[in-house]
Write a protein that binds this ligand. Structure first.
Ligand SMILES: [Zn+2]
Length: 130
């Protein structure tokens, strides 16, 4: 997938296509191995890119098209899913731990959190409630 694996050893670039959950021409999807909720899905550009904000328009379109496809598959396959969180960690201070940008698609079900209000605001727990 990456054209320079030796320069950028990357666990995501090393994943064989046969293990992709889904893909299109510029993006692929995987299940998160440590899911926040069941069916927590990762959508990544095929190109090794660290910073989400440097993706090009065509790559962004491919990533978001695959996000929508995965959302549809999750919703059809699990009727308890009634919402989603969508998030990207950009930079060490934001919690990015791997050098291949990743969009998290996190299915939500009623009752999966005691206080779901605030959603992605809970990246800073003290700011979740307002
Ligand atoms: Zn990579």
């Amino acid at each position: 997938v990456s054209d320079n694996r030796d320069d950028h050893p990357c666990i995501f670039c090393a994943i064989p296509r046969a293990r992709y959950l889904a893909e299109n021409e510029l993006a692929f999807a995987l299940r998160d191995v440590n899911p926040v909720t069941p069916l927590h899905t990762l959508v990544l550009p095929k190109r090794h890119v660290e910073d989400f904000f440097t993706l090009g328009a065509v790559e962004l379109e491919a990533v978001f098209r695959l996000i929508n496809q995965c959302r549809d598959d999750i919703s059809i396959g699990d009727e308890d899913v009634s919402g989603f969180n969508l998030g990207v960690n950009v930079g060490d201070v934001a919690g990015q731990t791997l050098a291949h940008t990743t969009v998290h698609l996190i299915p939500r079900r009623a009752g999966d959190a005691d206080m779901p209000a605030g959603g992605v605001r809970c990246v800073i727990p003290a700011k979740q409630r307002y």
